[in-house]
Design a protein around this ligand. Structure first.
Ligand code: C2E
Ligand code: MG
Ligand code: MG
Ligand code: MG
Length: 279
């Protein structure tokens, strides 16, 4: 009960901070040149396949290396980028970068499929599908090189159009994933109307799994429901060995979290992988 209250409080607090910071720092003006001048950088976090005990996927998470302000986390600039109509440029940059990285790893004999986060603005863009499919074609990467992670709030603005775009991407063979499951207001039955194959349980239910019985109930019911609906499940926010074991025992397909690795730069991930038991 207490943990739940904290969770809610934290989310509200976080949003307020974001808006203020954005106004104060006037990051908006800087973002467009930042994309052009390569100030953005992708970090990668492993997604461990719990059946194979092997890292088969990574999630690409953007950071902004601001020349004056230093490293800015995505939660501090993605919301402005959304408001200021910069998300199409940003996501295109992320996709290009991720596919190039896929090829670099492939050259080194490392096969890692990359998950990219997409936002509401992207799904409203009528060129989005075309851009993604063309990028895959141009770079000559297999369609399963890329997974798209979508939060439910990216869909609620215009569900019909979003479903149209996602269906087209799915028909071409892309893997689609629902991100941050459990933090929004949609039921799984509603979300299942999206053409998705994967569900990511939000980290707020996973981080305290070993000490919070409510979270255990929520996560095991979600696993059952998702599996009955034919979805694979990724647990994000695994911070200890106990949670990793708990999830593996209950048939969760994939796990991601600081216990395995924080998001790190591509080179560091290559090193991490070569030294880990999971390659
Ligand atoms: P997300 O897609 O849900 O990504 C997972 C976030 O949880 C990442 O935060 C990651 O560092 C963090 N995380 C992973 N494991 C753990 C853990 O064990 N403990 C804790 N406390 N946190 C963990 P990050 O990198 O700060 O990204 C935050 C959010 O920003 C992402 O949440 C995503 O919604 C958004 N984002 C990041 N990159 C992009 C991007 O390229 N495009 C879009 N549209 N959104 C992005
Ligand atoms: Mg994500
Ligand atoms: Mg998430
Ligand atoms: Mg998130």
């Amino acid at each position: 009960q207490h943990a739940k209250k904290n969770r809610l409080h934290l989310q509200i607090y976080h949003q307020q901070i974001d808006v203020n910071t954005l106004d104060r720092l006037q990051l908006v003006n800087d973002l467009k040149p930042a994309i052009e001048h390569d100030e953005l950088v992708l970090f990668y976090q492993p997604k461990l396949n719990l059946k194979l005990n092997k890292v088969t996927h990574v999630e690409a998470l953007v950071r902004w290396q601001h020349p004056v302000r230093g490293m800015i986390p995505p939660d501090s600039f993605i919301p402005i980028a959304e408001k200021m109509g910069q998300m199409n440029a940003l996501t295109r940059w992320v996709i290009d970068q991720a596919l190039s990285q896929y090829l670099q790893w492939k050259e080194q004999g490392i096969e890692l499929s990359i998950a990219v986060n997409i936002s509401a603005e992207n799904l409203k863009d009528d060129q989005f599908c075309h851009y993604v499919l063309q990028a895959i074609k141009d770079k000559q990467v297999p369609i399963d090189a890329l997974t798209l992670e979508i939060t439910e709030d990216a869909v609620v603005a215009d569900p019909e159009y979003a479903i149209k775009q996602l269906t087209e991407l799915r028909q071409q063979g892309l893997t689609l994933s629902i991100d941050d499951y459990g933090t929004g207001y949609s039921s799984l039955a509603q979300l299942k109307q999206l053409p998705v194959q994967e569900l990511k349980i939000d980290k707020s239910f996973v981080q305290n799994l070993m000490v919070n019985e409510d979270d255990q109930i929520i996560v095991s019911s979600t696993l059952q429901l998702a599996h009955n609906l034919g979805l694979k499940v990724v647990a994000e926010g695994i911070e200890d060995e106990g949670s990793l074991k708990w999830l593996t025992q209950r048939g969760c397909e994939m796990g991601q979290g600081f216990y395995l690795s924080r998001p790190i730069e591509a080179k560091a991930l290559t090193t991490w992988l070569s030294q880990s038991a999971y390659s």
